[in-house]
Design a protein around this ligand. Structure first.
Ligand code: FEO
Length: 168
């Protein structure tokens, strides 16, 4: 059985993952509107992955006898200056999410909740991957600078991303 505190904090994480999905969908919309279809596809897959994260926690909370209570999702940003700006913001957001996951692990350790600690280790590994993936795009966009041919080539590559739960 989850402690009341862990139940509340996992609910908060569900909301953060849903907000992440909303934010990335908003970013995808901006990219689409600029004709950067490949980047938009990548970000849309990222949005789906975030919904999957929220559902993974949702399932776990119920498995442990907790209760999911959904709250309102904040309105995400809708304007950015450039693809580089978007991916820098996405990286900042992922670093914030990693901090939240770390805090949840700290709580699980404090409460001697080994099951939650074990469950959260999947997210610890996932955050390393997410920060690395987004950080890689930031680095490549910074290198490309104002070179539109470089941007076009990266856009084509970004279009290859898909999301399946098995690969998550
Ligand atoms: Fe679910 Fe991108 O963290």
């Amino acid at each position: 059985m989850l402690s009341e505190k862990m139940d509340v904090e996992l609910n908060r994480q569900i909301n953060a993952e849903m907000f992440s999905s909303y934010l990335y969908l908003s970013m995808s919309g901006w990219l689409e509107s600029k004709g950067l279809t490949g980047f938009a596809i990548w970000m849309r897959a990222q949005a789906k992955e975030e919904t999957f994260h929220a559902e993974k926690i949702y399932t776990y909370v119920h498995e442990r006898g907790g209760r999911v209570i959904l709250e309102a999702i904040d309105k995400p940003e809708s304007e950015w200056d450039s693809p580089l700006h978007i991916f820098r913001e996405a990286l900042k957001h992922e670093e914030m999410i990693s901090g939240m996951i770390n805090d949840l692990v700290d709580l699980a350790i404090k409460e001697k909740d080994h099951a939650s600690n074990n469950f959260l280790q999947w997210f610890i590994a996932e955050q390393v991957e997410e920060e690395a993936n987004v950080g890689n795009v930031v680095d490549r966009l910074a290198l490309i600078g104002d070179d539109s041919a470089g941007l076009f080539a990266l856009d084509m590559e970004m279009a290859k991303r898909t999301f399946t739960e098995e690969e998550a």
